[in-house]
Design a protein around this ligand. Structure first.
Ligand code: IVH
Length: 702
């Protein structure tokens, strides 16, 4: 009997080691070698043994991760050494100034090496190991005393319950572990897991979380570890806070290697450099590539590698002199939502816009942000007066993520979406299956304004000089009630609206000495210039007019296809959904939207007016991609051409069946060369691509 129990105990120990090894492969190395099914089988065998022998269970058993009962409160823990923070550097010069300062304090800094690590935007945690067993874990607290969150930390599978974790040969021998070891790391939720968590909550109709950091912080401060266990937390370690009874490396680089060898997760992006400039350069590559990190980082930490030197440098307040946080520009800030305005789009869609207390995000002053739609405001319970989290990343327009509920004072006001269009007062409508609210009044001045703005924009009819301010005056003065009216404007009309514009501008910025400016004033050429620009726009090619009409779903590529296929608006207006769907890239939705557009009475009327004023371009249909003189040829254009503009040369080539692409490759047929060419010329020459000028291009097309 004794023998059998011994055997079972051996098997029990073996199972614990095996499971912790596979757990490590999965959660730390991200390289599992067994299936989930096999893992579960091992775990079930272990659970069975523990059920029969509860006295055998130790705290490092994998079954003990989420086993603890809810607590009433968190106990306080005094840290064995101060949990320090970091001074910030906002750019390379700040980092250089830091080094100059510390160089003066110690000669060894001159030869120092540097470690660059990601500054993870999570929560600092302190993990205690006694004889290799995880015994206690705490929050940072005030740096001296933190809160005991051991049961919660246990649920994080990336935290080894026993070190060194069982290893296989491939990883080499394990280092020795000090009797007492206290390490520090950052607990966080990876971006992908955060997005998945929010998606699940959304699908379940529950409230979503604001951002990974807040969610991680909230998850770790749950009194019930079961709740913590349900959140996708993980961790990366970077420091030994205290050790006793063993040797730990005295270089940060070796320390990271050592922690890794014990089984702790360590940031892959950490790197060592021989001088500060290389460290800064590396930091900056991460600033640009920060989307490649799987977690949120608010900067990189530059650390002096020699930990004895770093310690000797001492600290300023709570910031050690041996390291500096090189901050990335912030992408998220909080500010006050002072109001909600509603904009009416070209298609009548009503969009709520947040009016914000001005705030800088990533070098740009932000005063307003999108609130997406009215459902979003209701779902997030965003109230006027709330502190809100606003994000601006890359090219995206700033948007409100949600309210900071904890900052509420009780004075915030719940928002009610408008029942009437703010521009024309007509009741708004909800289309079935869509979240958006619409103003369906075809004569709504706000829609007309957006329509005209779109019609005259660079990508459409490109009428130079007709900016938003002028368009507004044109619409408000009733001189323009649809885009065709633009072509009926006389120089006199334009002079009147120009005077109106000047008046408005003067009211905004009154001239300091009115007499002087009036005396010096040159004759205003704007009305004439505008008149000529409108006249010139009559000759725009068909596809630009199609873009200008603003048919839902029809962009530049589609407009070009429609223009080449139908050749005129008469033919396009006569087409059917089936005909349209035979064109590549046209699906049922776009086909229907086109047919609907031409069937709408107000649009029919508009087309009649356009024809009457002579805005009725046609395309000879024989010139299509397959039959033009340039068909099958690809062109790259560089430099300024003598007569053709950027868009002009593109149109010339495309209307003759050719294709224009952005960069030169071996497959490029010709490089069209103008004055002041860029690097494309060199590339074309090195690849042996033929180089021609505008005159030669024109010859090719005849
Ligand atoms: S080193 C002496 N390294 O950033 C050690 N901190 O503003 C000082 N953090 O409170 C900290 N990633 O919570 C260090 N790789 C990293 C870090 C890191 C994130 C956090 C940490 C600290 C804060 C400093």
């Amino acid at each position: 009997m004794q023998n059998m129990a011994d055997k079972l105990l051996t098997r029990y120990e073996e199972l614990k080691a095996q499971i912790s090894f596979h757990n490590y492969r999965y959660h730390v190395l991200d390289a599992p070698i067994i299936s989930d099914l096999e893992y579960d089988r091992l775990l079930n065998e272990l659970k069975k043994i523990e059920a029969d022998h509860p006295d055998w269970i130790t705290s490092d058993s994998p079954t003990q991760r989420a086993g603890a009962r809810p607590a009433d409160r968190f106990e306080k823990i005094r840290h064995p050494a101060a949990i320090l923070s970091l001074a910030n550097a906002f750019g390379a010069d700040d980092a250089r100034a830091w080094l100059e300062r510390v160089k003066k304090l110690d000669d060894r800094v001159e030869k120092a090496k540097f470690i660059v690590e990601p500054k993870i935007d999570g929560l600092s945690v302190v993990l205690h190991y006694r004889d290799g067993i995880f015994v206690q874990g705490a929050t940072r607290g005030d740096g001296e005393v933190g809160e005991d969150i051991t049961s919660n930390l246990r649920t994080i599978r990336a935290i080894p319950l026993k070190i060194p974790v069982a290893r296989n040969k491939e990883l080499g021998p394990s280092p020795l572990v000090p009797r007492n070891l206290v390490v520090r790391g950052e607990a966080f939720i990876p971006i992908k897991e955060f997005d998945e968590l929010n998606k699940k909550l959304e699908e379940a109709g529950e409230k979503t979380y604001l951002n990974p950091r807040n969610t991680a912080a909230g998850s770790l401060r749950q009194l019930d570890p079961q709740l913590t266990a349900s959140r996708p937390l993980t961790l990366l370690v970077y420091q030994v806070v205290y050790s006793e009874g063993g040797q730990v490396p005295t270089s940060q680089w070796e320390l990271l290697e050592y922690l890794k060898a014990l089984g702790f997760p360590v940031a892959d992006a950490a790197k060592r450099f021989n001088d500060l400039e290389s460290a800064i350069a590396y930091t900056e590559t991460w600033n640009e590539g920060r989307d490649k990190l799987t977690y949120e980082a608010d900067g990189m930490v530059i650390k002096i590698d020699d930990l004895n030197l770093a310690a000797d440098l001492g600290f300023v307040g709570k910031d050690p002199r041996g390291a500096i946080a090189f901050k990335f520009p912030a992408r998220e800030v909080t500010t006050t939502l002072t109001g909600i305005e509603v904009e009416v789009g070209r298609t009548g869609v009503l969009t709520p816009k947040a009016v914000l207390d001005a705030v800088e995000i990533n070098g740009v002053i932000v005063k307003s942000a999108t609130l997406h739609n009215f459902d979003f405001i209701a779902e997030k319970d965003i109230r006027v007066g709330d502190r809100v989290l606003v994000k601006r990343a890359g090219e995206v327009i700033p948007y409100v993520i949600g309210p900071v509920v904890d900052a509420r004072t009780g004075k915030e006001k719940t928002y009610k979406p408008p029942t009437k269009c703010p521009a024309c007062g007509q009741a708004v409508e909800h289309l079935e299956g869509e979240v958006a609210w619409y103003c369906v009044n075809a004569a709504c001045p706000a829609q007309l304004l957006r329509n005209v703005e779109h019609f005259v924009s660079r990508g459409a009819m490109d009428i130079e000089g007709l900016g938003t301010e002028l368009v507004k005056i044109l619409v408000e003065s009733s001189l323009v009630s649809d885009v065709a009216d633009l072509f009926a404007l006389t120089i006199k009309d334009l002079a009147v609206i120009n005077e109106e514009l000047n008046k408005k501008r003067r009211e905004k910025n009154p001239p300091k000495t009115a007499v002087k400016t009036a005396a010096k004033k040159a004759p205003d050429k704007r009305p004439e210039k505008l008149f000529n620009a409108i006249l010139e726009a009559k000759n725009r090619p068909l596809h630009r007019l199609i873009i200008g009409l603003g048919i839902h779903g029809v962009g530049e590529v589609m407009a070009k296809d429609l223009s080449a296929t139908f050749g005129s608006l008469d033919k396009l207006a006569d087409t059917t959904v089936d005909d349209l769907m035979s064109i590549e890239g046209v699906g049922p939705n776009i086909a229907e939207s086109i047919v609907d557009w031409f069937a709408t009475p107000s649009n029919k009327k508009l087309l009649g007016k356009l024809k009457k004023v002579g805005v009725w371009p046609t395309v000879e249909q024989k010139v299509s991609q397959s039959s033009g003189k340039l068909s099958g040829l690809t062109f790259v254009v560089t430099g300024t051409l003598p007569t053709l503009s950027r868009d002009g040369v593109k149109e010339f080539i495309e209307s003759n069946g050719g294709k224009v692409i952005d960069s030169v490759s071996k497959k490029t047929s010709y490089l069209v060369l103008g004055e002041n060419p860029g690097s494309k010329l060199e590339k074309a020459q090195s690849l042996g691509v033929k180089v021609i000028d505008e005159a030669e291009l024109r010859k090719l097309a005849v």
